[in-house]
Design a protein around this ligand. Structure first.
Ligand SMILES: [Zn+2]
Length: 170
């Protein structure tokens, strides 16, 4: 399993090696990344998957893994997710990482994350002063199908994409 911390740190439960401690101090990785790395390692061992990062907001933790790695991470019948939910006391969602280059990529990401609510489209909105953000359009009739409150999902998405994201109902 590939993770944001080294193999030695994956196998221990306490302190981090100096290199990984430095990454934590510099904010390259978070406490949550460390925690999830170690929990996943216990569940998945040397399985051929890559854990990229984890983000949280409200009661939701989103685990971002490499391309094609979602099924193995979730485990048979969702058994790994159930264990993580027990350990963390939060809801868990696993999504595939993707490079965000534009609205198409945001559409794919939000389609994964907001499921079973559907994503109608994604616009880029330019603010005066040159900054911009993504506006994710969800049909009003799908509002109750969102897996979490819109604000929680917006916070998760902003952490994944590194840019403001607004969910808008149409
Ligand atoms: Zn280490």
């Amino acid at each position: 399993m590939k993770a944001p911390i080294c193999e030695v740190c994956l196998k221990t439960d306490d302190i981090l090696c100096p290199a990984d401690e430095k990454k934590l101090q510099e904010g390259v990785i978070s406490e949550l990344d460390v925690k999830i790395s170690r929990l996943l390692y216990k569940l998945l061992g040397d399985a051929d998957i890559e854990f990229k990062k984890a983000v949280e907001a409200g009661d939701l933790v989103v685990i971002v893994v490499g391309e094609g790695d979602v099924p193995l991470t979730i485990g048979k019948g969702g058994k790994n997710i159930k264990t993580l939910m027990r350990e963390l006391g939060k809801r868990i969602r696993v999504i595939e990482s993707r490079e965000i280059k534009g609205t198409n990529d945001v559409k794919k990401l939000t389609t994964d994350l907001l499921y079973p609510a559907g994503v109608f489209g994604v616009n880029i909105v330019y603010k005066p002063g040159g900054e911009n953000y993504y506006k994710v359009l969800v049909l009003s009739r799908d509002k109750n199908k969102l897996p979490e409150k819109a604000e929680v999902l917006e916070s998760i998405l902003a952490q994944i994409v590194g840019k403001d994201i607004k969910i808008s109902f149409i």
